[in-house]
Design a protein around this ligand. Sequence first.
Ligand SMILES: Cc1ncc(COP(=O)(O)O)c(C=O)c1O
Length: 387
Amino acid sequence: MPFFIREEVQDDLLSRGYSRRQMLRTAALFGGGAAAALSLNTEMAFAAADDDAKMVRIGSNECWVGPMAPGLAAANAAFVNANRYSPNSEAEKLVKAISTVENMPVDHIGTYPGSGETLTRTLVAFCSPTKGLVQASPTYDNPTPVAKFLNVPIASVPLTSDYRHDVKAMVAANPNAGLFYIVNPNNPTGTMTPMAEIEWLVNNKPAGAMVLIDEAYIHWTPEYPNNSAAHLVRAGKDVIITRTFSKVFGMAGARVGYVMARPDLVKKVEVYDRGNGPAIPTTACATASITQNALIAARRHEMIQNRAMTVDFLTKRGLKVIGPSYANMIMVDWKTKSAKEMGAMYKAQGVQIAGPRWPVWPTVGRISIGSKADMEAFCNATGKILT
Ligand SMILES: Cc1ncc(COP(=O)(O)O)c(C=O)c1O
């Protein structure tokens, strides 16, 4: 076998319906053998394919500014000692900081170089050719190619008419589901699914299935932390939460994410091992940033103002804005033009937006909320395109 897979992991994979050949594919995901054919982080892949610094970059849900000042200072200080693999217990300090901020025991936390990594690992850990993935449509398009690569059956259940996850239809979609994927707020719509509905899903899903709640955008919502599903993890439910430092913390290129789950689930998500984990300066940056409540609130406030200005502009032009969005993105239904045509027209005006990316909504594009200047440039471009 060209990849090392621990024996207990092999047994687990075989018991869940993986053939020996498919098992090698799971190993290829983490060993890099699949990377050329498969993007394990769709947002990153789209951003990298179009990384022209001269453009107004509001196509990839990135933050318009970089890491927070205390994070940068901590990263610089840590880099000086980067001759050491672990200069001063940076990895443990990050876990402790997450534990304090989230009121979560340290053994309920696993850190990774980005949350896209945790999505892939969770999929391998709980899905298989006999245990399906159930997700919304449209939602974050990261798990789909991984599931296809592993021959995992996929049920994509349309969002409700007001853009919530349709949890009842999701449970009905596959009695043999291994994983229910909930993105809250959802990417690409920015809309929220109420906690009571997520709790219903957790209490009514098939036994043995897991609920993966991707909270990549939760810091943008004014209700955070009260709208997080963290209480379900603390209550020992079959719930795995993923988080990222790529959004409000402005660290998409630095690569840090984490899972919060029961210790047995944290272990299971590791599947093969934890990998190398995030780099030391990045880890130090995350630790110094996660406690910066005032800076988080200031970024949130700025984003909400820029989003309101943009929604107001579009609505006054008679365009349909999907929502309400609680995150740093909005979707617009161009109605008479395809998302592909509109994307090209904005590009010609020096503005990158997202779409076409959601085949079920061919006329809908996604605009990430950037700085005031970014959004003014977007509005100016819209004025030129729509005249
Ligand atoms: C919903 C969602 N989850 C996860 C990710 C992956 O984030 P990262 O791997 O940068 O932590 C993204 C990226 O945009 C996302 O939109």
